[in-house]
Write a protein that binds this ligand. Structure first.
Ligand SMILES: [Zn+2]
Length: 337
C-alpha cells in the first residue's frame, strides 16, 4: 500500500503550464510470474498489462490531462520471442494504449530487439517518429534514418528529445553489416567474458550485450538540437531507455558511452531532466550541472497492490514528478541562469 501525502499548496506565481506522463519497462508476456536473472526480484508478466491500464485510466481522468505520455522502452518481454508470441503480445499492449486519449511516444529498449528486428520496429506502431516536430531552416536538427531518435515540442519553449540508446549495439543490428562487426569489436574490447551478458570482472561493467550506446552521428545531431534550444531559450527533456548518469543508476545498466552523452548535455544550459528505464529499481540524482536524472521504476517488477508510473507537472521554474505507486515524488528545479 502506498501512502502519498497531499502535494503542498502552490504559491500564486506557480502557474501550471502543462503535464506529461512517463512509464517504463512494462515487459508484458502471457506468462506466470517469474524472477529476474539474479533471482531476487519477482516479475509480474501478466499483471503488467493491468498496471498499464491503471496508469492510462489515471491519465485519462486527470483534471489537467497530460499532453503526451513517454513510454521508456521494453514494452514486451523477451520471453515472447521464445514462445513465438511477440506479435500477439505487442498487439495486446498496443490495444491497451489505444484507450489513452493523448499521444504516446515509444522508446526502444533491449527487449524490443529480443522480439523484433530494427526493420520490423521501423515499420511498426512502436515507431512514433511521425509525431516529431521539425525546425524550419535548420536542417542540422533533422535526425538521420540510421538511428531512431527525434524531437518534438509539446508546449511552446519546451522541447522533448527521444534518444536511441541501441544505435551502437549488437542487438537490432543486421549481423552481416559492418556496423555489427564494429559494435561487436567495441563490446569484446571491453568485455573478455565468454558470456557477453555478464559484467563479471569488468572495469566498465556497462559493456554488456544487453546494453548499447550512441553513435557519434547521433551525438552530433543531439548537440545541434541543444544548440538551437539554447539559442531559442527552450527547456529540454531527454528520454532514453538506458540511463547515462552513474549516481542515478547501478553501474551495469548505463549506456556504453554514457560519458560522451553527458559531455554533450553538459555543454548546453537547456536540459532540465533525463528520463530512463531499464534498471527496474528506479533512481534519481541531480548532476553537478543541475540536470536531473530520473530512472523510472519498472512496471514488470511492481507488485499487483502497487503501481509504477509518473505524471510530470511543468511550471515556469520547475517540473514536479508526481509518482504513482512505488515511483517517488520529485521536484526538479531549473538551473539558475
Ligand atoms: Zn531494458
Amino acid at each position: 500500500m502506498d501512502y502519498k501525502p497531499e502535494p503542498e499548496p502552490l504559491s500564486e506565481s506557480s502557474e501550471l503550464l502543462f503535464s506529461f506522463g512517463v512509464i517504463a519497462d512494462i515487459q508484458y508476456a502471457d506468462l506466470e510470474d517469474g524472477y529476474n536473472f539474479q533471482g531476487n526480484r519477482r516479475r509480474y508478466y501478466r499483471h503488467s498489462l493491468l498496471h498499464l491500464q491503471g496508469a492510462i485510466e489515471h491519465w485519462n481522468k486527470e483534471s489537467s490531462r497530460p499532453r503526451c505520455v513517454l513510454q521508456l522502452g521494453d514494452i514486451i518481454d523477451g520471453y515472447n520471442a521464445q514462445y513465438k508470441a511477440s506479435e500477439k503480445s505487442l498487439e495486446r499492449v498496443m490495444n491497451t494504449f489505444q484507450m489513452l486519449k493523448v499521444p504516446v511516444h515509444h522508446t526502444w529498449g533491449n527487449h524490443e530487439f529480443y522480439n523484433f528486428s530494427r526493420d520490423y520496429l521501423t515499420n511498426s506502431k512502436l515507431n512514433t517518429k511521425f509525431l516529431e516536430d521539425q525546425i524550419a531552416h535548420h536542417p542540422e536538427t533533422v535526425p538521420s534514418e540510421d538511428y531512431y531518435a527525434y524531437h518534438f515540442v509539446p508546449f511552446p519553449k519546451f522541447r522533448f528529445i527521444l534518444l536511441d540508446a541501441y544505435d551502437m549495439s549488437v542487438l537490432g543490428v543486421d549481423q552481416s553489416s559492418p556496423k555489427y562487426q564494429q559494435c561487436l569489436k567495441i563490446l569484446r574490447e571491453h568485455n573478455p567474458n565468454t558470456e557477453l551478458n555478464s559484467p563479471q570482472g569488468l572495469r566498465e561493467p556497462q559493456f554488456v550485450q544487453f546494453n548499447g550506446g550512441f553513435s557519434q552521428e547521433q551525438l552530433n545531431w543531439l548537440n545541434e538540437v541543444l544548440t538551437f534550444s539554447d539559442k531559442n531559450q527552450e527547456k529540454v527533456v531527454i528520454v532514453s531507455h538506458l540511463p547515462i548518469y552513474p549516481e542515478a543508476s547501478d553501474s551495469v545498466c548505463l549506456a556504453w558511452n554514457y560519458r560522451d552523452a553527458l559531455a554533450v548535455i553538459w555543454s548546453h544550459k537547456c536540459v532540465v531532466c533525463f528520463f530512463a528505464g531499464h534498471t527496474h529499481d528506479g533512481g534519481y540524482s541531480e548532476d553537478p550541472f543541475g540536470v536531473h536524472h530520473v530512472n523510472i521504476e519498472g512496471v514488470i517488477e511492481t507488485a499487483p497492490d502497487s503501481q509504477a508510473f509518473g505524471t510530470v507537472h511543468v511550471y515556469p521554474d520547475r517540473m514536479m514528478l508526481e509518482g504513482g505507486g512505488r515511483v517517488p515524488d520529485r521536484t526538479m528545479s531549473y538551473r539558475k541562469e
